[in-house]
Structures are given as structure tokens and as C-alpha cells.
Design a protein around this ligand. Sequence first.
Ligand code: ZN
Length: 806
Amino acid sequence: MGAPTTPATTGTPPRPIPGVHPASRALTRPRRRLVAAAAALVALAAVGAGSLLDLRTPAPTSADAPAGEFSAGRAYEDVQVIAARSHVAGSPANEQVRAHLEQQLRGLGLETEVQDTVAPEAGQLSGAAGGATLARVRNVVARLPGTNSTGRVFLVSHYDSVQTGPGGNDDAAGTSTILEVARALTTGPRPRNDIVFVLTDAEEACLCGAAAFAASHPLAADGGVVLNLEARGSTGPVIMFETSRNNAKLVDIFGRAAPHPVGTSFAVEIYRALPNDTDFTAFLDQKFVGLNSAYIDGGAIYHTPLDTPAAMDRGSLQQHGDNALGLAREFGGTDLTDLRSGHDATYFPVPGGLVRYPGWLTLPLALLAVALVAALGWLTRRSGRASTGRLAAGFALALVPIVAAPVAAQLLWLAITTIRPGYAELLDPYRPIWYRLAVLALATAILFTWYALTRRRIGPAALAVGGLAWLALLGVLLAVAVPGGAYLTTVPALAGALGGLVALRTRQTGPWPVVAVTAAAAVGVVILLPTVVLLFPALGMAMGGVAALVAVLLGLVALPVVDLLHPQAGGQRGLLALRARRLAVLPAGAAAVAAVVLAGVGLGVDRFDAAHPAPTHLMYAMDAGTGQARWLSHESDPQPWTDGYVDGVTDVGDDFPGLGDGELRAGPAQSANLPAPKLEVVADATAGGERTLRLRLTPQRAARLATLHVDTSTATVLRADVAGRSVPVEPRAGKWGFGLVFHAPPAEGVEVTLTVRPIAGQVALRAMDASDGLDALPGFRPRPPTVGVVGSHSSEMLAVARTYPI
Ligand SMILES: [Zn+2]
């Protein structure tokens, strides 16, 4: 529908109508308009399908694939050995995994050793609530010596799993991939550079294995290129989601040498904003460069008992391996002395490869997009298609769907989680596809409704220019704040502006205006559709609004094509116009109905059952001094099963400082016959007002971790040493002003030396240890099959603490 002043009558031949977008000028005849709409939509659908097909994982090859190639079939045999059961750092199961890895690498004739040491955590982990964190680690390190090495290439993954699951994907995927890459590399000619295979320990606890290797292993002394392999889910494309700074040369090699390069500079920016960490962080703290890759879809099983070998998509494993082998060969043959460049690259996947351009182009391109959109607006006004007022109104109104769609997507998820509270504990639903489609349908419904309501008054041209203006402005904002993500709106805005300019300057009766705006929309599809598809698993449904926002931006680039869906370009009056307006609401109504139906299908299909249990969080904490015990849960809104254990809210910080601060759900529990860790005084000397205590902290049972805290109302801690390493003594808030957490404590215990200034009499120390598994506890009733375990580091934890006055 055009401007209300249009003096046209029904039945007259087509003639120019002011205020109507150029794409529709030639299309006042309904049939021609329908043909144009169909052609444009088919073209966009084909481009979209091509983009999505490009994200598919390769077919896994069988175990009898040629020795020089990566075989998911062979790697999967290792997955089954590594992830036969949970193998948390320090456990007997993890020793068996380590023995298998050593045997495999030695069997290939590689120099293989175990780095056995104590190391502090890498960087500052958000999860290190208990205080200074360390672990005893045993990294498996093997070297393939280069023929004329210019540096070292490190293939890194962690072989430990969480306590709650066998780690079939996380990170048996990376570990088995490295074994298979080692196999392939040892069959061919030796590479020029040293290749070092680093299978780290205690990643799940504190990244301590990687930190130990990066900081103190002789092979790491000169730095090098790190390729870290991870999995945070069970399926989907392998995404290269993190790089070292100044990555242009690395990204260039990635684009050339990885057979299936999926990665975007936007992911790097998102990842920096998320609380997750991997071993890669430990290397970034040191003098390394590198790339971090993972597959992340199927996140519902992450860190849970369901992360089994059977859950693995072997296509994802094949992609991990194809890319890792390709990159190992390329970096293995490249001069590694100069891999740093002066800048970060912008990069993103397109069908057939990886587009990349230097980061310094980001801001100039963003400003160019603003200039071109402004030029388009000026020409639109000059040609009489929109007044200044309408252009301003188009710009203001285009903000409505940009804000409304993400808000609506978040509200939709709020409604769904109200109906099914168990979703709150999952990274993503088990079968998220219906909900993802519902969010897309909702975004479409909002965009179409907004367009149907505003098109008649404001006119298609002004709305199209207004939408592009927002993309261009967002591009400038992103270029300044999040440069790696600026391409997302800058490039579609550039394409849209160019398409609009071409449409204005070509003959209005021919097909070129439609071709131009469709081509511009196609650029938006190529860039934004894969982003939407990758954002869903990256952020989970709880942040589905971000995907909805990107979907609306895509819709704004495609507005001139959307316009063709409207039954007339303008002009009719009376009944026909009314009918046309009603028809214009059809696509919006259809999308809204689809959103509701898809959400309903999601709720119907993705029910919790034995294969897809509702995750619950429970742990047990006992004071061995008083015999008082409690059930504790992190669930904010406890599920029925958890409700059988917890009845109130408590802060356990005073009694169990090793569990960190914050409120937990709690309920009374029977006391169990379990010993607290022993704390012995090995030496005790006072000189010059300082008391130096040499202590030995020894768990009396198979413990995953042990903690020690000092009541700083009894003494001020001046210096602390753990297993011969000094640890920071920055005061913590609250009663226990100094604390440390030691993962995988050895059977003989951990030696801690504290130098304190006593405040009054004895020093009060709180010792705690934690094991895993609640089954043997009095009063514990096994979960029914439809109730599962939350994938958290404290799930199923059994903590015992005691205060020692010394
Ligand atoms: Zn993990």
C-alpha cells in the first residue's frame, strides 16, 4: 500500500506511484507482483539453504580409512576407552585413562612422558570461590621431532572428565582426535616443526594441568602455536571460537588449511563475554599464539551422566579431526617465527570458505555504510518516494521490531520455563529445534505485523531506508565496542544501500530493481542466517532473544522483498484497499500462529523421560565435629525430587567456606559415619610476633578435593605455601579470610606452611574435603529414572568439614 494521497483508481494500467519502494514500482499488477515475490523468495531460500548446508559436519570415515587420513571410526575406539566411566582428576579411573594414552602414544614411537607436578589455576577463574586453587596434575606429553624446527606446534586437549559424567564428548572428543592425528602424522614424512601432543589433567577442576604445562614444562619454554580441541555438547559444526590477540595470520592459515573452516570473529567477542574457560586460557597467559575449537550443539548433556560415547555425533568428531590434522600439517610446515600480525582479522563463514579482512578496515567500512545509507535516503527523498518527515518516521519506527523481537523471545522463554521449570538447570533443552523455530517465527511475526501497520502511513521506501540506517549505525557502535562483530550489520547495510541505489537508478519497469534488492537481501542471508543458527547453541534458549535480534536485522535488510508479499503496491481505494490491507496481515498472522504451534510442539515433544531426565542438583555437607549434616541444592526453584531434601534457604559460607559463598537451598540430613580430613602440625615456631605453622592436610577417604581456611579473627595470614609453592594471601570477605582449595590431593596429603600474626590465643582452621556420589548416604533415595543430575562441578558432592584450633 502506498501513500494515502495516491490518486489511482482500480483497473488503470500501472504508473509511477510516489512513496512506493522502487522494487514495487513496476509491480502494481498483482500477478507480476506475485511472480516477483515468488522468484525473490525462492532465490533467498536457495541462498539460505546453501549457507546452512555449508555448516553441516562431514560424513565420518570408517576405521579402515587410509592411515594418512583422519578416521572418526578409529578415533571413536579411543573415545570408548577414555569415556568408559567418569574419570575425574586424581581418581583411579583417570589413572587408567592416562595409562591408555601413554600406551597409545608410545606405540606410535613418540617420546612420551608424564609431567607430574602441583600447579595453581590458570588466570582468575570465576568458579574459584573457595580461595587460592591448586591441583596435583599429571599431563601426558609426547613429541614428534621436526626435521628443521622453527618453533613448536602444540595440540592440546584435556583427558580428565567431570565427576558427574564420563566425558564422552568433553573431552574424549579432543583427546581421541589428538591420538588419531598423532597416528596420521607418524605414518607420513616427518614435519619440519616439532609437534607436541599435550593431554592435560585437571582442566575441569581449575585448568591446572594446562597451567602447569604452559608455565613450567621445558617444551613450552619458547612458546609456540596452540591448537586446543574441546566439546561443549554432543553435535553440530566444530567452531573455531577463540584466538590469541593479533590473529590475522593465524586466521589466514585457518581459512586455507582447515578443510571445514567454521569460525567467526564475532564468536571470539561473545566468548570473551561468557564466563566459560578452557585450557586455552592457560596458554594465553603465557607466550603462545593459537586457535581454540569446539562443537557446542546438544548442550543439554554437557557435564552430565549422559555425556557418553554413544551420545557423540561422529560427524563432529570427523570435522574436529579433519581440521586438526590439516592445521597440524600446515603449521608443521610453516615458518613459525613470525605468526603474530599487528591486528585482528574480521572473518566469517560463507559457502565454500572463510571470508576474512583486516580489522583496521572495520571502522572505515562502518562509516562507509552510514554514508551510503544516507545517500540512499537523500536520493529517495529527491526522487519523491519519501519526504524528510517520512524518512525520519521510518528511522524511528524501525527501532520497534529491533527492541520488540528480543523482548518477546525472552518472554516466550519465560513462559515456557514457567510451564517446565526443569529447563532452568539446562544449558539448552534436549530437543531445542522446536523452540528455536518458535523464536524465529515470533521474530517474523513481529516484523511482519510492524510492517503491515506502518507501511501504509510511512511508505515502503522510508521504512526500508530506516531499517538500513539502524544496521549501519549498529555497525559503527560495534566497530568501536566489539570490532569482531561489526561485519554482522555493516556488510548487510552496505549491500542493502547499494541494492537500493541500483534499484533507484535502473529502469523501473524492468526486473532490475527486484534483482538488486533481492541480491542485497541475499548478502544479509549469507551473513546473518548462519549467525542465527550458531547463536542458538552458543547462548542457549535462555538467551534466545539475541538470535531473535539478529533475525529481525536480517528481516530489515530483506524489507523490500518482504514488501513484495503485500498484495498491492498502492493506489487502490475503498473495498479493494480494505481487502488488500487484510491480506497484508496474513503473513504476520501465519507467523504468529506458527510461533505458538511450534512452542506447543516443543513442550509436547521435549518432555522429560528416562532418556531425557529432568536435571536436579543435590549435595551433602557434614560437620564431623558436631555431627550436624545438611542436604544442599543450587536449584533456585527446587524440583519435586529435590524438594524431598531441602526446605529452606541458607548461607553455608560460615560452616563450609570450601563451598563458596551465596545462598543455597538446604534441609536437615542424617549424619554419616565419615571422617573429616586430618590436619597435623608438623612444625610450629614463633619468632618476632610471627607464628609459622607447618601443617599436613590429609583426607581420610577418596576425596576429589580438600580445602583449608583460616579464621582471620584469630590470626592474620602473612604468607602461605602449598606443596612448596607460595600462594596469594589476599583477604576474602567474611569469617574465613584466607582459604585454599587443593584438587586431586595425593594419598600422603598436602603440606601447607602458614605464617600468621596471632590475634588471640589459638588459630582456628577449618579443613574440608569432598568426594562424589550420594548413593551410600543414610536417607538418600535413588532418583527415579526420569530425574537426572545437573552438570555442575558440585553436583553429587559429599563434603565433610571440621574446625581445628591450633
Ligand atoms: Zn568440561
